[in-house]
Design a protein around this ligand. Structure first.
Ligand code: ADP
Length: 265
């Protein structure tokens, strides 16, 4: 079955959801909820892929720094996931929207039966105008947290997998930077934004550098991997800054924002 028009997957990273102190960035979360609620009111179907559980949990547990030990990371993920969903439920609730939590592991997508069940769950939720909020099940799996040899790698890849599963027509990755540049703008002041990419190859990956910000995890490399998967399945991917969730209106309105990775048709 083909792509579902007006179905959008939005991914938001830790660096957007938390501030420099590691606290929840309530203003951004509220603006994001308001904008997504409004975009749904305009006739779109939405899925939100949200990370941030470990950072928020560590903060709530008053840990002095982001935990290094696996069991502590997984404990923090359990606490932070609860806090994030509480905030989302509250903020989306202001705008009369119902949200649902979906936690996934790599094997849920690898097995055909589970994959089909999951796709059906998404369909049922979207049919009811519910906004599914997806994260990797970090307290059970450690693919995102630690493993080098990983399927989802981080939520960038998870968001592309979800976009394919839901047959979305757009994947929007909200990051802490305006889009994809010709070199890392944190290291090079003269870096230039690339507004459109039609093909991702080895030379594109060379521009991406290593892992990203202190609070984020993937950097641009995992966003390129996500875009590559989505593009190959006919899904346009846009990378832009999450600090200004209102840019989502422009994207839905077809305006140029951030970097567009053009879907293969
Ligand atoms: P998020 O939490 O949104 O996933 P990350 O910190 O993981 O964010 O990734 C974004 C970071 O990737 C940027 O802040 C930037 O420092 C880094 N980066 C490396 N290469 C590039 C590039 N070519 N264009 C843009 N950002 C880049």
């Amino acid at each position: 079955m083909g792509i579902k028009r007006n179905r959008i997957v939005v991914k938001v990273g830790t660096s957007t959801l938390t501030n420099e102190l590691g606290n929840s960035n309530l203003r951004t979360m509220e603006q994001l909820a308001m904008t997504l609620a409004d975009i749904q009111n305009m006739g779109n179907e939405l899925v939100l892929v949200s990370s941030g559980a470990i950072a928020v949990g560590a903060n709530k547990m008053h840990l002095p720094e982001r935990p290094r030990e696996m069991r502590m990371k997984q404990a923090a993920a359990a606490v932070g996931q609860c806090e994030n969903m509480f905030l989302y439920d509250k903020f989306f609730g202001y705008y009369n929207k119902t949200v649902a939590q979906i936690l996934l592991n790599a094997e849920d997508i690898a097995q055909e039966v589970k994959k089909e069940n999951l796709a059906n769950t998404f369909e049922a939720l979207l049919e009811q105008k519910i906004i599914p909020i997806v994260n990797e099940n970090d307290s059970v799996s450690y693919t995102e947290i630690e493993s080098e040899d990983k399927l989802f790698g981080d939520n960038d890849m998870l968001s592309a997998v979800v976009a394919v599963l839901c047959r979305a027509d757009k994947l929007i990755i909200l990051s802490d930077i305006e889009g994809f540049y010709d070199k890392d703008p944190r290291l090079f002041k003269d870096a230039k934004l690339i507004s459109r990419i039609e093909n991702i190859d080895a030379s594109t990956y060379e521009l991406a550098g290593g892992a990203g910000s202190r609070r984020g995890t993937g950097g641009m490399r995992t966003k390129l991997q996500a875009a590559e998967l989505a593009m190959s399945q006919g899904i346009d991917t846009i990378v832009t800054n999450g600090k200004n969730p209102e840019a989502l209106y422009d994207i839905v309105g077809g305006k140029k924002v951030g970097t567009l990775f053009v879907a293969k048709r």
